[in-house]
Design a protein around this ligand. Structure first.
Ligand code: PHE
Ligand code: FE
Length: 286
Protein backbone atom coordinates (compact mmCIF):
# COMPACT_ATOMS: atom_id res chain seq x y z
CA UNK A 1 0.00 0.00 0.00
CA UNK A 2 1.49 3.29 -1.04
CA UNK A 3 0.70 5.41 1.96
CA UNK A 4 3.16 8.22 1.96
CA UNK A 5 4.12 11.03 4.26
CA UNK A 6 3.99 13.45 1.27
CA UNK A 7 6.18 16.41 2.16
CA UNK A 8 5.20 16.70 5.76
CA UNK A 9 5.31 13.60 7.92
CA UNK A 10 8.86 13.20 9.14
CA UNK A 11 10.06 9.70 8.40
CA UNK A 12 12.43 7.95 10.80
CA UNK A 13 14.54 6.68 7.91
CA UNK A 14 16.63 8.75 5.50
CA UNK A 15 14.88 9.14 2.13
CA UNK A 16 15.94 6.69 -0.56
CA UNK A 17 16.60 9.08 -3.43
CA UNK A 18 19.97 10.51 -4.42
CA UNK A 19 19.58 14.18 -3.55
CA UNK A 20 23.05 15.00 -4.89
CA UNK A 21 21.45 14.92 -8.35
CA UNK A 22 19.05 17.74 -7.49
CA UNK A 23 19.47 21.47 -8.02
CA UNK A 24 18.54 24.24 -5.61
CA UNK A 25 14.86 23.85 -6.50
CA UNK A 26 15.17 20.10 -5.82
CA UNK A 27 14.49 19.15 -9.44
CA UNK A 28 16.74 16.93 -11.52
CA UNK A 29 16.36 15.06 -14.83
CA UNK A 30 14.61 11.74 -15.22
CA UNK A 31 17.40 9.17 -15.43
CA UNK A 32 15.69 7.07 -18.08
CA UNK A 33 18.78 5.03 -18.96
CA UNK A 34 19.05 3.91 -15.34
CA UNK A 35 15.80 1.93 -15.45
CA UNK A 36 16.32 -1.82 -15.75
CA UNK A 37 14.02 -4.25 -17.55
CA UNK A 38 12.80 -5.25 -14.11
CA UNK A 39 11.93 -1.62 -13.26
CA UNK A 40 9.81 -1.29 -16.41
CA UNK A 41 8.16 -4.61 -15.65
CA UNK A 42 7.32 -3.56 -12.05
CA UNK A 43 5.71 -0.37 -13.31
CA UNK A 44 3.77 -2.18 -16.04
CA UNK A 45 2.44 -4.83 -13.64
CA UNK A 46 1.42 -2.21 -11.07
CA UNK A 47 -0.25 -0.13 -13.76
CA UNK A 48 -2.22 -2.97 -15.33
CA UNK A 49 -3.39 -4.35 -12.00
CA UNK A 50 -4.51 -0.95 -10.77
CA UNK A 51 -6.15 0.12 -14.05
CA UNK A 52 -8.27 -3.04 -13.98
CA UNK A 53 -9.59 -2.12 -10.51
CA UNK A 54 -10.74 1.38 -11.42
CA UNK A 55 -14.19 0.93 -12.99
CA UNK A 56 -16.85 1.82 -10.43
CA UNK A 57 -14.24 2.95 -7.90
CA UNK A 58 -12.29 5.80 -9.53
CA UNK A 59 -13.87 9.07 -10.63
CA UNK A 60 -14.69 9.56 -14.32
CA UNK A 61 -12.10 12.30 -14.86
CA UNK A 62 -9.28 10.05 -13.64
CA UNK A 63 -10.25 7.11 -15.83
CA UNK A 64 -10.70 9.37 -18.86
CA UNK A 65 -7.23 10.89 -18.48
CA UNK A 66 -5.30 7.67 -17.88
CA UNK A 67 -4.39 7.08 -21.57
CA UNK A 68 -2.73 10.51 -21.57
CA UNK A 69 0.09 8.94 -19.54
CA UNK A 70 1.21 7.44 -22.84
CA UNK A 71 -0.10 3.99 -23.62
CA UNK A 72 -3.46 2.25 -23.56
CA UNK A 73 -3.79 1.09 -19.94
CA UNK A 74 -3.93 -2.59 -20.92
CA UNK A 75 -0.83 -2.25 -23.16
CA UNK A 76 1.47 -0.49 -20.70
CA UNK A 77 4.90 -2.13 -20.77
CA UNK A 78 7.33 0.58 -19.60
CA UNK A 79 7.80 3.64 -17.42
CA UNK A 80 6.84 6.71 -19.47
CA UNK A 81 9.27 9.43 -20.39
CA UNK A 82 8.14 12.51 -18.46
CA UNK A 83 8.93 14.68 -21.52
CA UNK A 84 6.31 12.87 -23.58
CA UNK A 85 3.64 13.24 -20.91
CA UNK A 86 4.59 16.91 -20.66
CA UNK A 87 3.74 17.64 -24.29
CA UNK A 88 0.16 16.53 -23.72
CA UNK A 89 -0.14 18.01 -20.23
CA UNK A 90 1.11 21.40 -21.35
CA UNK A 91 -1.55 21.53 -24.06
CA UNK A 92 -4.31 20.36 -21.68
CA UNK A 93 -3.79 22.58 -18.62
CA UNK A 94 -0.38 24.25 -18.81
CA UNK A 95 1.05 21.99 -16.09
CA UNK A 96 4.48 20.32 -16.36
CA UNK A 97 5.99 17.37 -14.55
CA UNK A 98 9.41 17.91 -13.05
CA UNK A 99 11.66 15.13 -11.79
CA UNK A 100 12.66 15.01 -8.12
CA UNK A 101 14.76 12.46 -6.20
CA UNK A 102 11.93 11.85 -3.69
CA UNK A 103 10.07 13.83 -1.03
CA UNK A 104 11.15 17.44 -0.88
CA UNK A 105 10.79 20.14 1.81
CA UNK A 106 7.69 22.29 2.14
CA UNK A 107 8.83 25.55 0.59
CA UNK A 108 10.29 24.11 -2.63
CA UNK A 109 7.25 21.82 -2.89
CA UNK A 110 4.76 24.68 -2.56
CA UNK A 111 6.86 26.82 -4.91
CA UNK A 112 6.79 24.19 -7.67
CA UNK A 113 3.01 23.74 -7.34
CA UNK A 114 2.46 27.49 -7.44
CA UNK A 115 4.35 27.48 -10.78
CA UNK A 116 2.20 24.63 -12.15
CA UNK A 117 5.13 22.24 -11.94
CA UNK A 118 4.35 18.89 -10.33
CA UNK A 119 7.24 17.00 -8.70
CA UNK A 120 7.45 13.35 -9.73
CA UNK A 121 9.91 10.89 -8.20
CA UNK A 122 11.70 8.97 -10.94
CA UNK A 123 12.78 5.75 -9.18
CA UNK A 124 10.54 2.72 -8.78
CA UNK A 125 9.99 0.38 -5.86
CA UNK A 126 11.72 -3.02 -5.66
CA UNK A 127 9.68 -6.10 -6.59
CA UNK A 128 9.51 -7.15 -2.91
CA UNK A 129 7.74 -3.83 -2.19
CA UNK A 130 5.09 -4.43 -4.84
CA UNK A 131 2.11 -3.97 -2.51
CA UNK A 132 3.57 -1.58 0.01
CA UNK A 133 6.09 1.21 -0.09
CA UNK A 134 6.67 3.82 2.58
CA UNK A 135 7.87 6.60 0.26
CA UNK A 136 6.20 7.77 -2.95
CA UNK A 137 7.83 6.33 -6.08
CA UNK A 138 7.21 6.95 -9.78
CA UNK A 139 4.15 4.72 -9.79
CA UNK A 140 2.41 6.60 -6.98
CA UNK A 141 3.39 10.03 -8.27
CA UNK A 142 2.64 9.45 -11.94
CA UNK A 143 -0.30 7.06 -11.90
CA UNK A 144 -1.85 8.54 -8.75
CA UNK A 145 -1.41 12.27 -9.26
CA UNK A 146 -0.90 13.12 -12.90
CA UNK A 147 -4.19 12.08 -14.57
CA UNK A 148 -6.21 14.68 -12.64
CA UNK A 149 -3.74 17.42 -13.59
CA UNK A 150 -5.38 17.07 -17.03
CA UNK A 151 -8.63 18.37 -15.48
CA UNK A 152 -8.69 22.19 -15.66
CA UNK A 153 -10.52 22.80 -12.37
CA UNK A 154 -8.50 20.30 -10.37
CA UNK A 155 -5.29 21.61 -11.97
CA UNK A 156 -6.15 25.11 -10.79
CA UNK A 157 -6.92 23.81 -7.31
CA UNK A 158 -3.45 22.25 -7.02
CA UNK A 159 -1.77 25.48 -8.09
CA UNK A 160 -3.82 27.43 -5.57
CA UNK A 161 -2.85 24.90 -2.92
CA UNK A 162 0.82 25.67 -3.66
CA UNK A 163 0.22 29.40 -3.34
CA UNK A 164 -1.74 28.78 -0.14
CA UNK A 165 1.13 26.64 1.14
CA UNK A 166 3.62 29.47 0.83
CA UNK A 167 1.23 31.64 2.79
CA UNK A 168 0.62 28.95 5.41
CA UNK A 169 4.37 28.56 5.80
CA UNK A 170 4.69 32.26 6.59
CA UNK A 171 1.83 31.96 9.11
CA UNK A 172 3.14 28.79 10.79
CA UNK A 173 0.08 26.82 9.62
CA UNK A 174 1.62 24.19 7.35
CA UNK A 175 0.44 21.32 9.49
CA UNK A 176 -3.18 22.48 9.31
CA UNK A 177 -3.00 23.04 5.56
CA UNK A 178 -1.24 19.70 5.01
CA UNK A 179 -4.33 17.97 6.34
CA UNK A 180 -6.35 19.53 3.57
CA UNK A 181 -3.83 18.15 1.04
CA UNK A 182 -4.00 14.77 2.68
CA UNK A 183 -7.79 14.52 2.79
CA UNK A 184 -8.32 15.90 -0.73
CA UNK A 185 -5.38 15.44 -3.13
CA UNK A 186 -4.24 12.20 -1.46
CA UNK A 187 -7.39 10.62 0.00
CA UNK A 188 -10.37 12.51 -1.37
CA UNK A 189 -13.71 10.95 -2.36
CA UNK A 190 -16.18 12.50 -4.80
CA UNK A 191 -19.89 11.82 -5.27
CA UNK A 192 -20.66 10.57 -8.78
CA UNK A 193 -23.35 8.41 -10.37
CA UNK A 194 -25.36 8.40 -7.15
CA UNK A 195 -22.43 6.81 -5.27
CA UNK A 196 -18.85 7.46 -4.26
CA UNK A 197 -15.66 7.45 -6.31
CA UNK A 198 -12.04 8.06 -5.40
CA UNK A 199 -10.05 11.03 -6.68
CA UNK A 200 -7.18 11.02 -4.15
CA UNK A 201 -3.83 9.71 -5.40
CA UNK A 202 -3.08 7.72 -2.26
CA UNK A 203 -6.28 5.74 -2.79
CA UNK A 204 -6.03 5.44 -6.55
CA UNK A 205 -2.48 4.08 -6.47
CA UNK A 206 -3.28 1.48 -3.80
CA UNK A 207 -4.90 -1.84 -4.64
CA UNK A 208 -6.14 -2.43 -1.09
CA UNK A 209 -7.21 1.04 -0.07
CA UNK A 210 -9.28 1.63 -3.20
CA UNK A 211 -11.96 -0.80 -2.11
CA UNK A 212 -11.59 0.09 1.58
CA UNK A 213 -12.09 3.80 0.92
CA UNK A 214 -14.98 3.53 -1.50
CA UNK A 215 -16.88 0.46 -0.37
CA UNK A 216 -15.97 -0.73 3.13
CA UNK A 217 -18.52 0.01 5.89
CA UNK A 218 -15.59 0.47 8.30
CA UNK A 219 -14.32 4.02 7.74
CA UNK A 220 -16.20 7.18 8.56
CA UNK A 221 -17.07 9.39 5.58
CA UNK A 222 -17.91 13.06 6.17
CA UNK A 223 -18.69 15.95 3.86
CA UNK A 224 -15.55 18.01 3.29
CA UNK A 225 -15.58 20.90 5.71
CA UNK A 226 -12.45 23.03 6.06
CA UNK A 227 -12.33 23.40 9.83
CA UNK A 228 -13.13 19.75 10.53
CA UNK A 229 -10.59 18.55 7.98
CA UNK A 230 -7.79 20.80 9.19
CA UNK A 231 -8.30 19.64 12.78
CA UNK A 232 -8.10 15.98 11.87
CA UNK A 233 -4.78 14.16 12.19
CA UNK A 234 -4.06 11.43 9.68
CA UNK A 235 -2.43 8.04 9.53
CA UNK A 236 0.60 7.58 7.31
CA UNK A 237 1.06 3.85 7.81
CA UNK A 238 -2.42 2.32 7.50
CA UNK A 239 -5.69 2.84 5.68
CA UNK A 240 -7.49 6.03 6.67
CA UNK A 241 -10.25 5.87 9.31
CA UNK A 242 -11.96 8.99 8.02
CA UNK A 243 -12.49 10.22 4.47
CA UNK A 244 -14.01 13.50 3.31
CA UNK A 245 -16.39 13.74 0.36
CA UNK A 246 -16.94 16.47 -2.21
CA UNK A 247 -19.67 16.91 -4.84
CA UNK A 248 -17.45 18.26 -7.60
CA UNK A 249 -14.01 19.73 -8.23
CA UNK A 250 -15.69 23.09 -8.64
CA UNK A 251 -17.10 22.75 -5.12
CA UNK A 252 -13.60 21.95 -3.84
CA UNK A 253 -12.21 24.99 -5.62
CA UNK A 254 -14.95 27.30 -4.32
CA UNK A 255 -14.72 25.97 -0.77
CA UNK A 256 -11.00 26.83 -0.62
CA UNK A 257 -11.25 30.20 -2.36
CA UNK A 258 -11.43 32.40 0.77
CA UNK A 259 -8.44 33.71 2.70
CA UNK A 260 -7.49 31.03 5.25
CA UNK A 261 -5.81 33.45 7.72
CA UNK A 262 -8.85 33.81 10.03
CA UNK A 263 -9.39 30.06 9.88
CA UNK A 264 -5.78 29.39 10.94
CA UNK A 265 -6.30 31.82 13.80
CA UNK A 266 -9.44 30.01 14.94
CA UNK A 267 -7.77 26.61 14.66
CA UNK A 268 -5.13 27.68 17.18
CA UNK A 269 -7.84 27.70 19.85
CA UNK A 270 -9.38 24.37 18.92
CA UNK A 271 -8.20 20.90 19.91
CA UNK A 272 -6.98 18.52 17.22
CA UNK A 273 -9.07 15.47 16.45
CA UNK A 274 -7.77 11.93 16.21
CA UNK A 275 -7.81 10.31 12.78
CA UNK A 276 -10.58 7.99 13.92
CA UNK A 277 -12.57 10.55 15.94
CA UNK A 278 -16.19 9.72 15.25
CA UNK A 279 -18.40 12.66 14.44
CA UNK A 280 -21.23 13.18 16.87
CA UNK A 281 -24.45 13.56 14.85
CA UNK A 282 -25.37 16.73 16.80
CA UNK A 283 -22.04 18.28 15.85
CA UNK A 284 -22.69 17.51 12.21
CA UNK A 285 -26.07 19.21 12.35
CA UNK A 286 -24.68 22.30 14.08
N1 PHE B 1 -7.50 30.18 0.09
C1 PHE B 1 -6.29 29.68 0.69
C2 PHE B 1 -5.61 30.74 1.54
O1 PHE B 1 -5.97 31.87 1.54
C3 PHE B 1 -5.32 29.15 -0.36
C4 PHE B 1 -5.69 27.78 -0.79
C5 PHE B 1 -6.41 27.55 -1.95
C6 PHE B 1 -5.29 26.69 -0.04
C7 PHE B 1 -6.72 26.26 -2.34
C8 PHE B 1 -5.62 25.42 -0.41
C9 PHE B 1 -6.32 25.20 -1.56
O2 PHE B 1 -4.67 30.42 2.22
FE1 FE C 1 1.15 11.67 -3.24
Amino acid sequence: MAIEPVVYGASDRPPRGDYARAGADYTCTQDYAAYTAQDHDTYARLFRRQAALLPGLACDEFIAALPALGQRPEDVDRIPRFDEVNERLLRATGWQLVTVPGLIPEVPFFTLLSERRFPVTDWIRRPDEFDYIVEPDVFHDLFGHVPLLFNPVFADYVQRYGQGGLKAHALGACEQLSRLYWYTIEFGLIRQHGGLRAYGAGILSSSGELRHAVQSPEPQRLPLQLERTMRTRYKIDSYQSTYFEIDSFQQLFDLTEADFSPLYERLRGLPELAADQVEHPAALAA
